[in-house]
Design a binder for this molecule. Sequence first.
Ligand SMILES: [Cu+2]
Length: 141
Amino acid sequence: MSVFGVRRVAAAGGLALVLGLLTACGGSSDAASPSSSTSSSSSASSVGQAQTLTVTEVGFDIEPESSDLPAGDYTITVKNEGDATHDLVVERDGKDIAKSDTLGPGDSATFTVTLQPGQYVFYCSIGNHRAMGMETDVTVS
Ligand SMILES: [Cu+2]
């Protein structure tokens, strides 16, 4: 039990490092693992890391990389590739559970959310965009 606890602590440090690398280099996963880390590095990669999901907003469409996701912690990157201001809200059962910053054309932002199994809607809360069709169903299982 205590050995596991130590591993969890080491894994948390590794996760913070990985997230930093992802932010810095845009999701490439082949960054060399630091050779200075201890022998626990091989177990760090097997402990639940945040998954990444890219959501592109273009025109008045919201296009997630995938709309069928395994449950877990997510780091969501929203890219506004349209000509209008947008944001991204994650809604579950009519309740907003996470939201990006407001994004101007060409901007992107990252936020984190924990997705438990269920039915979600990703939508834009700017103006009447949702009514114009800026929403998409996402299933988490
Ligand atoms: Cu919008």
